[in-house]
Design a protein. Structure first.
Length: 140
């Protein structure tokens, strides 16, 4: 959520900066994101729900309120408001992709075989059969 904890609270940020893994700190990235996103949201007519959000002319950056870090950690631990929907979507994607995992395994098992053209045809037929099973055609 918004590039991780404040720099002073980040366990690895200073080391990552020193090792050049990170080029900008969490706070710098957060500020840059807010500065770019607020004008876009205003242009689109969206309301940003932060009573402390305002342009600071002296700093030439937006000031914004504190982040709800308890909410952030709740999301990380699977207790976020959309966690059930997200996990259901991942499970659905996994289930619908089972046929391709099976076909890939079959292809790997037979890769050194002289039956490659026949295997390719079987994979095409298998994939079409599996696709129809998981997503029926919609005729118009």
């Amino acid at each position: 959520m918004m590039f991780g904890p404040h720099d002073v609270d980040s366990a690895h940020s200073s080391r990552s900066m020193r090792w050049k893994i990170k080029r900008q700190s969490n706070d710098e990235l957060r500020q840059k994101f807010v500065d770019q996103s607020v004008p876009q949201a205003e242009y689109l007519g969206l309301e940003i729900l932060d009573n402390n959000l305002k342009w600071n002319g002296a700093r030439e950056h937006y000031d914004f309120g504190e982040i709800d870090w308890d909410g952030f950690h709740a999301v990380l631990n699977g207790a976020g408001s959309c966690n059930h929907e997200r996990m259901a979507a991942r499970q659905k994607s996994y289930d619908e992709g089972e046929w391709i995992r099976e076909a890939t395994l079959f292809s790997r098992l037979c890769a050194k075989s002289s039956w490659t053209p026949i295997i390719t045809i079987c994979l095409i037929v298998y994939s079409n059969r599996s696709t129809r099973r998981s997503r029926p055609l919609q005729l118009k």
